[in-house]
Each structure stands twice: as structure tokens, then as C-alpha cells.
Design a protein around this ligand. Structure first.
Ligand SMILES: Nc1ncnc2c1ncn2[C@@H]1O[C@H](COP(=O)(O)OP(=O)(O)OP(=O)(O)O)[C@@H](O)[C@H]1O
Length: 218
């Protein structure tokens, strides 16, 4: 279970964006997160992905508090929560080939012997075929780059995945493919998912249940 309990977080002193937020995601469950623009959905994604330490409250994984480690949480814990952001162009170096983008966490995990096969398997899973893997980020479409970002997030085999407006910049067919890839992980490995979107129709289809933040971040 990935749990956020009583999260208070923000960017400016005395102006919390999140003010006492609780979210619980079980293995194999997809929780949708909706709410008006600016209510703090992406902020909660950053807290859950250990990118932003909360001012108060705790994130725990299977009962083990992981926020107390701050940025120094052991890699084995950090890599259990994968994240895909809204804007793939802000998430990758445009000079990297898609192969390099996907391979980076495989190298980081020290699995150098299996890089080629792992990258090919992940690329197949998200529908990126040979030629595309050798193109740089600036030579592919937003949808193709987002597929690479999802493949990269899956490379460490996370137990939980935070999809922060993952489909906001892509067309309907890529949306369907990305959601299908995430769903297949749930049935194969029981991954738990937080699906953040302003598209409530999509969340109704995608998520098992939907929670809503209000404008005051609670
Ligand atoms: N890095 C930052 N520094 C300062 N303020 C920030 C930062 N990121 C977000 N904010 C502010 O925090 C508030 C919540 O932003 P956040 O991106 O979490 O909302 P959101 O619900 O994801 O919005 P949207 O649906 O528009 O993406 C906003 O007022 C935003 O301006």
C-alpha cells in the first residue's frame, strides 16, 4: 500500500498548497485524482514520488515511512514509485535518443548486461518500433516522446506508478495505448496507480475510484 497521510506541502512559507491530504493506493488499484486547476494535484504527485518533501505528514510504502529519508531515500525505495509527467519535452534531454531515454534507469540500476533486451522489450510494450528508438527527442512527436517516458518509468519495475496528466498532450489513440499499457501492468504485476487528470470522463473509465481535491488543497 502506498499511503500519504496528513500531507501539508507547498512552495511559499505560510501558504500551503496541500493542507492535510490523505491518499491510499493499494496494489493492483487505480485511484483517480481530480480537482480544479491549481488545487495541488501535481504537488501531491511530487510528494508521492519523493521529489518534494512535505512540511508535515508522511508518505509510507507497505507501512515503512519513506518521507523521513527526504531526497536521500535509498534507491531501492525511490524506484518503487515511478512517475510520468504531463509534458514529455520538459522531462527528457532532447539530444538523447529514445533508446538512451529508456536505457538510463536500466544503467542506473546496474543492469548493464541486459540493457539492449530490456529497452527493446519496454519499447515494444509502448509501441515504439526500431527506427524511432534511434531518433532524438527533438525528432519525434509529443505522443512518441511520452511513450518513451512511460517506458522509462517502467524500466525499474516500480510497484506504484503516478501518472500526472500523462495523456494531456497526446491524441486519443495514444491516450488509449498509454492507458492500456498501464492497465496491463496492473493485471500482470499488481502495480498500484495514481491517475491524475482533469478529464473526469477518462478517470471514470480508467480508475477504480476517483478522489477530488478542492481548490484549498484538501
Ligand atoms: N515549483 C513551484 N514553485 C512555486 N509555486 C508552485 C510551483 N509549482 C506549483 N506551484 C503553485 O502551487 C499551486 C498548485 O500547483 P499544482 O501544479 O500542484 O496544481 P494542479 O492541481 O496540478 O494544477 P493543473 O491542473 O493546472 O496542472 C499553484 O498555485 C501553483 O502556481
Amino acid at each position: 500500500m502506498l499511503c500519504a497521510n496528513g500531507i501539508v506541502a507547498g512552495y511559499r512559507r505560510n501558504a500551503p498548497v496541500l493542507d492535510g491530504v490523505d491518499v491510499h493506493i493499494a496494489s493492483g488499484e487505480t485511484v483517480g485524482l481530480a480537482g480544479p486547476s491549481g488545487c495541488g494535484k501535481s504537488t501531491l504527485a511530487r510528494v508521492l514520488a519523493l521529489l518534494l518533501p512535505p512540511w508535515r505528514g508522511e508518505v509510507s510504502l507497505d507501512g515503512v515511512a519513506i518521507t523521513r529519508f527526504r531526497h536521500a531515500a535509498p534507491a531501492a525505495m525511490r524506484t518503487r514509485v515511478g512517475v510520468v509527467f504531463q509534458q514529455p519535452r520538459l522531462a527528457v534531454d532532447p539530444r538523447f535518443t529514445l533508446r538512451q531515454v529508456i536505457a538510463e534507469p536500466v544503467h542506473a540500476a546496474g543492469r548493464n548486461g541486459a540493457v539492449d533486451r530490456t529497452v527493446t522489450d519496454l519499447a515494444d510494450r509502448v509501441g515504439l518500433t526500431g527506427d524511432l528508438l534511434n531518433r532524438c527527442g527533438h525528432e519525434v512527436s509529443d505522443g512518441q516522446l511520452q511513450r518513451a517516458c512511460l517506458a522509462r518509468a517502467l524500466a525499474p519495475e516500480p510497484d506504484y506508478l503516478v501518472c500526472d496528466e500523462m495523456t494531456a498532450m497526446v491524441d486519443a489513440s495514444t491516450t488509449a495505448l498509454l492507458v492500456q499499457v498501464v492497465r496491463s501492468l496492473i493485471s500482470e504485476r499488481g502495480v498500484g496507480v495514481l491517475a491524475i487528470s482533469h478529464d473526469e470522463e477518462l478517470l471514470d473509465i480508467w480508475a477504480d475510484r476517483v478522489i477530488r481535491l478542492d481548490a484549498s488543497g484538501s
